[in-house]
Design a protein around this ligand. Structure first.
Ligand SMILES: [Zn+2]
Length: 254
C-alpha cells in the first residue's frame, strides 16, 4: 500500500486528522530521530548536533549547556524541543520546576511555561520520564492548554511514551493540538549491537506504516551507531525528516 493510501485509510478510520502536508509529499518511508536529555554534556551534545541530516534535539530546560547548544542546533538548521521533566512512578529526582500530579492548574501551567522559556527556538516539547503524570487526564489537559496558549499556532507535543497507559495523544487530539508519538527508544541498552538493532526496528516500522519516530540520547555508543547508519540511509530505503513533519492534528469540532 502506498504511503498516500495509508494516510487516506487513516483519514476514514480516525475522523478528520490533519497531516503535515510535507509528509504526504514523501514517496519513501520516513523516519524522524529525536535526541533528548540534551544540555548536560557539552562535547557529546555538540557531537550529536554534528550528526548528518534533519535530526531533532530536545533540551532539559535548566541544564548548563542548554542555551548554547540549542542556539547551535538551531543555527545548524536542526529543530529544537524542550524536554520537560514529568513525574514518574519510580522515585526519581525531577529537578527544578518538574511537573507533578500534586500541582494545581496554575502551578503546573506556570512551571511549564517557565521551563519552555529556558530553551531557545523550541517548537514543541516531549516528556522526560512522566510514567505517572502522562496517565493523568486532567494534568495532560492543563499541559495541552498551556502549549496551545504558548504561541499563535501552539507548541507541538511529542509523547515519549514512557508508559503504555499514556493519554497524551488522546488529549492532544481532542484539543486540536499537534502531536506525535515515539515508536522506538534506541539505547535503553548501552550496547552498539543493541542500538543498531533498535534502529533497524525503526526502519522496519517505517516501512510497515509509512513513518516512525525514534528517540535516543547523547551517549557515545548511540552517536557512533547513528553516525554509521545515517550515512547509509539510501541502503536502508528510508528518508530522515524533521519532527515537524511527523505531527498529526485533529480538526476542531470533528
Ligand atoms: Zn529524558
Amino acid at each position: 500500500m502506498s504511503i498516500l493510501r495509508r494516510f487516506v485509510h487513516c483519514f476514514f478510520c480516525l475522523g478528520v486528522i490533519i497531516f503535515n502536508a510535507d509528509v504526504l509529499a514523501q514517496d519513501k518511508p520516513a523516519i524522524a530521530i529525536v535526541i533528548d536529555d540534551m544540555g548536560y554534556d557539552n562535547a557529546l551534545g555538540q557531537r550529536a548536533i554534528d550528526l548528518p541530516g534533519a535530526l531533532t534535539f530536545s533540551f532539559l530546560p535548566y541544564a548548563p549547556f542548554t542555551p548554547e547548544l540549542a542556539e547551535n542546533a538551531f543555527s545548524h538548521g536542526k529543530e529544537v524541543l524542550a524536554h520537560i521533566p514529568m513525574q514518574s512512578f519510580e522515585p526519581k529526582k525531577l529537578g527544578k520546576d518538574g511537573l507533578t500530579w500534586a500541582m494545581d492548574k496554575n502551578e503546573l501551567t506556570q512551571k511549564l511555561i517557565t521551563q519552555i522559556a529556558e530553551v531557545p527556538h523550541a517548537i514543541g516539547v516531549n516528556n522526560h520520564m512522566g510514567s505517572l503524570l502522562t496517565q493523568d487526564r486532567e494534568s495532560m489537559q492543563w499541559v495541552v492548554a498551556a502549549l496551545q496558549g504558548s504561541t499563535t499556532e501552539g507548541l507541538f507535543f511529542l509523547d515519549s511514551r514512557t508508559t503504555k497507559y499514556t493519554v497524551v495523544e488522546t488529549v492532544a487530539l481532542e484539543s486540536g493540538l499537534a502531536t506525535a508519538r515515539r515508536d522506538i527508544f534506541f539505547d535503553h541498552t548501552d550496547d552498539e549491537h543493541a542500538i543498531k538493532e533498535q534502529f533497524e526496528s525503526l526502519v522496519s516500522l517505517a516501512k510497515e506504516k509509512g513513518f516512525a519516530i525514534g528517540i535516543g540520547h547523547p551517549k557515545s555508543k548511540t552517536l557512533k551507531v547513528l553516525f554509521e547508519v545515517l550515512n547509509q540511509l539510501d541502503d536502508y530505503g528510508v528518508v530522515l525528516v524533521p519532527i515537524s513533519q511527523r505531527w498529526v492534528r485533529k480538526a476542531p469540532n470533528t
